[in-house]
Write a protein that binds this ligand. Structure first.
Ligand code: ATP
Ligand code: MG
Length: 374
């Protein structure tokens, strides 16, 4: 039976009584559903590994509680938590065969020999290594992707309640990594073991997870499906971490219960945004805001109008189904170049050209400028 994992106001302060305490997890509270494939994603140092290690019991927490199902596991030692864990480095035993590597967790649990054989065979089939198992070499004689499969098999073989994966694909090359994303989803769906997958790569998190939690500096910024996070990011940080968001500097002109109107700095251009896409606490006239549009929510044209802003085309990248234009904007509007995606190559637009930038007004969102940086 799969189990849920719940965090209740979990705090972790490293070196709490020392000179340089680090508040690595701040009031983390959420629940992962039984059988869910859940991703923790965020920039380096945001607390992903700390949360995973705390879940496994390898790190004590400073305050708060953690549950597997209804059971409070906050103070239960790691070896009694029935956790499977996979690390970035694989951490296989080079002096043992792959059979013995996978069997290890069963041997420790004193499982009878015939059942060990059966379980190892089953799990190696699950991860697609049945042929390698017949040869049964040492893990050093396998490719990186195969070694990672052995590591996954080793973590799954004793039917853990929860499977924890910390950057499991980081040591693989780009192509294999993309392939293994789908493999991990397949294996997880087949076993239905509640799984937490840590990565700093937003694309990987979106591809792998049923749901994602975006962490920043120890705080859970937002939780949702890839679609929730991409379509309805709740703040500027999430919007620019899960996918790209271009920001115009602006100010709020008016607010009602239904709409807010914002003006792009130093221009007369205004946008009217429905209240559901206004992510400001207590908005009021005159507030400084960021006007956000994703690459596909802006467009370029040679035609100038009252609603356009002139920028300079820096780089044009043909990316298969779309073309990405990197545009330098006037510095008072944005110091960071915009990325604008067009369905097709604009034949008359070259790198170095001046170009007019427009918003698809019905798609635009407003954010508070706080915490925009990664
Ligand atoms: N043993 C430790 N003692 C003191 N501080 C630590 C310790 N381990 C981690 N930290 C700090 O806690 C914070 C969170 O670290 P953590 O390893 O959880 O980040 P992460 O999100 O896994 O990052 P990465 O993507 O780089 O692996 C960081 O500021 C880190 O420096
Ligand atoms: Mg880490």
């Amino acid at each position: 039976m799969s189990k849920s994992v719940t965090y209740q106001n979990v705090n972790k302060i490293y070196d709490e009584k020392g000179k340089n305490p680090v508040h690595a997890l701040k009031d983390v509270s959420f629940t992962i559903e039984p059988g869910e494939l859940f991703c923790l994603v965020g920039p380096s140092g945001c607390g992903k590994t700390t949360l995973l290690r705390a879940t496994a019991g390898l790190e004590t927490i400073s305050s708060g509680k953690m549950f597997y199902g209804d059971v409070d596991i906050s103070t239960i030692p790691p070896y009694r938590r029935n956790i499977g864990m996979v690390f970035q480095s694989f951490a296989l035993y080079p002096h043992m065969t792959i059979f013995e590597n996978v069997a290890y967790g069963l041997r420790v649990r004193k499982v009878p020999k015939d059942i060990v054989k059966k379980k190892v065979t089953e799990v190696m089939e699950l991860v697609g290594l049945q042929e390698e198992l017949k040869r049964n070499p040492s893990p050093t004689a396998l490719s990186g992707g195969q070694q990672q499969r052995v590591a996954i098999a080793r973590a799954l073989v004793y039917d853990p309640d929860v499977l924890l994966l910390d950057e499991p694909l980081a040591n693989l090359d780009a192509k294999l990594r993309r392939y293994m994303r789908a493999e991990i989803r397949r294996i997880q769906k087949q076993t239905n073991i509640t799984t937490i997958f840590v990565t700093h790569d937003q694309e990987e998190a979106m591809a792998v997870g049923d749901r994602l939690a975006v962490l920043r500096k120890g705080v859970v910024e937002q939780i949702g499906t890839s679609d929730d996070l991409y379509s309805s990011p709740q703040n500027a940080f999430v919007s620019n971490f899960i996918g790209k968001m271009n920001f115009y500097n602006g100010s709020l002109v008016s607010v009602t219960d239904e709409f807010a109107e914002a003006k792009v700095d130093t221009t007369e251009i205004t946008v009217r945004v429905p209240r559901s896409r206004v992510h400001l606490e207590d908005p009021s006239k005159g507030d400084i805001v960021l006007i956000g549009g994703r690459p596909e929510q802006l467009y370029i044209s040679k035609e100038k109008s009252n609603n356009s802003i002139r920028g300079t085309v820096k780089i044009i990248q043909h990316l298969g189904s779309f073309v990405r234009y990197e545009i330098e904007m006037p510095p008072e509007i944005s110091k960071i170049n915009f990325e604008i995606d067009m369905d097709s190559l604009q034949k008359d637009v070259k790198e170095g050209d001046e170009i007019e930038v427009y918003m698809k007004e019905d798609k635009i969102s407003l954010f508070s400028p706080d915490g925009r940086e990664l």
